[in-house]
Design a binder for this molecule. Sequence first.
Ligand SMILES: *Cc1c(COP(=O)(O)O)cnc(C)c1O
Length: 368
Amino acid sequence: MQVPILDLKAQFDSYKEEVMRAIGKVCESQAFALGPAVAEFEEKIAEYCGCKCAIGVSSGTDALLVSLMALGVSAGDEVITTPFTFFATAGCVARLGARPVFVDVDGDSYNIDANLIEEKVTSRTRAIIPVHLFGQVAAMKPIMEIAARHNLAVVEDAAQSIGATQDGVMCGNLGDCGCFSFYPSKNLSAFGDGGLVVTNDEKLAERIRILRNHGQNPQYFYGVIGGNFRLDGIQGAVLGVKLGYLEKWNGQRRRHAALYDRLLAGSPVKTPKIDSNNVSVYHQYTIRAPDRDGLQRRLSENKVGSAVFYPKPLHLQDCFGKLGYSEGDLPVAERLCGEVLSLPIYPELSEPQVEYVARMVLEFYGSS
Ligand SMILES: *Cc1c(COP(=O)(O)O)cnc(C)c1O
C-alpha cells in the first residue's frame, strides 16, 4: 500500500466540474484582479467565520504583513511570537524593521506558552502573534488578557486552522484580526497562492483594504504606502467553490485523527493533545516520536509519506542571528524540532490507509 503525505489530485476529482465552471466565468468576465468573484468569496467566508469583515489578499504571508502594517507596527517595535511555526510568522515582523521576540511553546499543544509571554513585554512591545499550529487554536484567553493589560494588538496566525474553534468561537474572531493562507497544502486551498484577513473591526478592515492596493484612496491618490496584496479573481472563484466543502473535509480529517489516536494509544509515540475547549481541524497530525529519523526512514521504505514540521526553530535560524539567541534559550521548541513527525491526514485517505500507517509506526517500535 502507498500513502503519500498529501494527495491533492484525489480531492480535485470531487469538485472538478464545479470549479472549472467557476473559473470559466471569471475568464469570460476577464476580471482577474480582485473583482466580483473575490467580493463574493469575501462575503461567503465572512459569514462562515462569523466575522464582520473579510479581505482577500495575495497570500498568508501578505495577510500577516498587511495586518501588521495596518496596526502600525514599524521599525523599533517588538512583536512577541512563537519560534515553532512557519517562517512567515516572524519574517513579516522583521521585514517591517520590527523585532521578533520569541517565547517558548507548550509541549502538548505545540502552541505558544501563554504563561511565558508577560515577562517578555517591554515598553517597545506592540503586538502578539499567536499561531494556531497544526489546526489547534492557541490559548487565546490568557493571551487577550495580557494584551489588554499592556495595550497590545493581537494578530492570529490562523494559516493552518481555518474552521477551528475555541469555546465554540471560530478562530479569526479571537484577536484584533485573523490571517489565513490558501497555499495549496492548506485545509482550504487555492490553485496557487492566496490569503485572507478577517476582523470585526471595520476601521481596521478599511485600512487593510486600502493598503492591499498600494494605499490608494481614491484612485491614484495615496495617503499611506501599501503594496500589491490583491487576490486574483480566479483564486476567489476557486476558493468560493471549495469553501462549500471545507466542513466536510475538516470532519474527515478529524475522523482520521481519532482513528490514529486509537490505534497509536499506548505506543511509544506521543499523539497530538487537543484541549477540551478546542476543536482542531488537524492541518497536520503531528506525533512526538523517539528515534524520529529512524521512524521516518522506515515509513518511507514502506511507501508512507511523512514530514518534519519544523526541523529548526526560528530563533536559531541564520537570518535571525542578529537577535542574539543561542541554543538552549527556548528548550521546548528546540526539543520538538528533533522529535516531531507529521503523518498523512488529508481528507481523502481511506480507513485501511490510516490503519496501514499506524501499523507501520507500531511495527517500527516492535509493539504491533
Ligand atoms: C502557510 C503559513 C503561512 C504563510 O502562508 P502563505 O500563503 O504560504 O504565504 C504563515 N504562517 C503559517 C503558520 C503557515 O502555516
